[in-house]
Design a binder for this molecule. Structure first.
Ligand code: ZN
Ligand code: ZN
Length: 307
């Protein structure tokens, strides 16, 4: 009997500890926990934590290039339960795969974002897709076919050909992001990074989300925010249709999660925090259960985040 009571007391203590751990996290103004799958490391001390605390985000995926890898790892170590680390690098480097391997061994749990001036179906990216399958980690890709500024060039160009890549790599988990990913939700794709106006059904991004179980979408950045505003009726159906495939991310560069330091040259997000703007629109477009899937459940499950 004594043993049973002690065990009960112990369980009670464990439950209380678990509860206080939940309570210790900042209360979410978004009605539940939020996972931001697209945050980049900051140069100022504590900048990453300032952004997630300021924007009401519970946890974030920190996407670092090779130069900030050590920093990202330190941020994760310093803030247990608040961050996970994905590693990217310039895939045109001869030692790109070696760097990614090293960072995965050091604790990165995904690849991304991958953003280089290559085509999406060339040898550099094919090596990355193979590594992702081998290591059983997802790969987050920035697609852009039309420059935002003159001379910018393309990033992982040729998304229109990507269905063949996804099909050829069934063990690789792909996450699409960036201008071309969102522009190609429409079948009509004018030569501009941020197309406006009604969306024509049948775009390649939409088709890949429907057809391939290993293809997902990241709602981050100006491009994701603009997609949600471009044709709200289409967007509402799109997020419902791909309820299990879409994940919220911000890719915001403001310093405080409230818009400080944000550039003023982009409509919709000028002087604002992209995380806050996108979460606000998602809340308007999605019923609560769908909002929770996109802003929490899908990413937690796909990235196997347990802590
Ligand atoms: Zn990007
Ligand atoms: Zn922000």
């Amino acid at each position: 009997m004594q043993t049973i009571i002690n065990r009960r007391q112990l369980l009670g203590t464990v439950a209380a500890a678990a509860l206080s751990r939940v309570e210790a996290q900042p209360a979410s103004e978004w009605g539940g926990p939020v996972l931001d799958i697209h945050l980049h490391p900051r140069r100022e001390e504590g900048g990453e934590l300032n952004h997630i605390n300021g924007s009401g985000v519970t946890k974030a995926v920190l996407l670092s290039g090779s130069a900030m890898a050590e920093h990202a790892r330190a941020v994760v170590a310093k803030n247990p339960g608040r961050f996970v680390w994905f590693t990217g690098t310039d895939v045109t480097r001869p030692d790109a795969i070696e760097i990614l391997r090293k960072n995965l061994a050091a604790g990165a749990t995904g690849l991304g974002e991958i953003k280089s001036h290559v085509v999406c179906d060339g040898p550099e990216m094919t090596a990355v897709y193979r590594l992702a399958a081998e290591m059983n980690v997802p790969v987050l890709i920035h697609f852009a076919d039309f420059p935002q500024s003159s001379g910018e060039g393309t990033w992982n160009g040729g998304i229109i050909r990507f269905p063949a890549v996804v099909k050829a790599n069934p063990r690789t988990i792909f996450i699409g992001h960036g201008d071309a990913f969102w522009a190609n939700t429409s079948k009509d794709v004018p030569e501009t990074p941020y197309p406006a106006g009604k969306i024509k059904a049948g775009g390649v991004s939409d088709r890949m989300l429907s057809e391939f179980p290993n293809f997902y979408g990241d709602l981050s950045a100006n491009s994701g925010r603009k997609f949600l505003a471009r044709d709200p009726e289409f967007a509402a159906k799109f997020i419902e249709r791909h309820a299990a495939k879409l994940m919220f991310g911000c890719d915001c560069s403001c310093s405080d999660g409230r818009g400080a330091g944000q550039a003023s040259n982009q409509p919709l997000i000028a002087g604002k925090c992209v995380a806050r703007e996108t979460l606000t629109v998602l809340k308007q477009l999605a019923p609560p259960a769908l909002f929770r899937r996109i802003t929490w459940e899908n990413g937690m499950k796909l990235f196997k985040i347990t802590g």
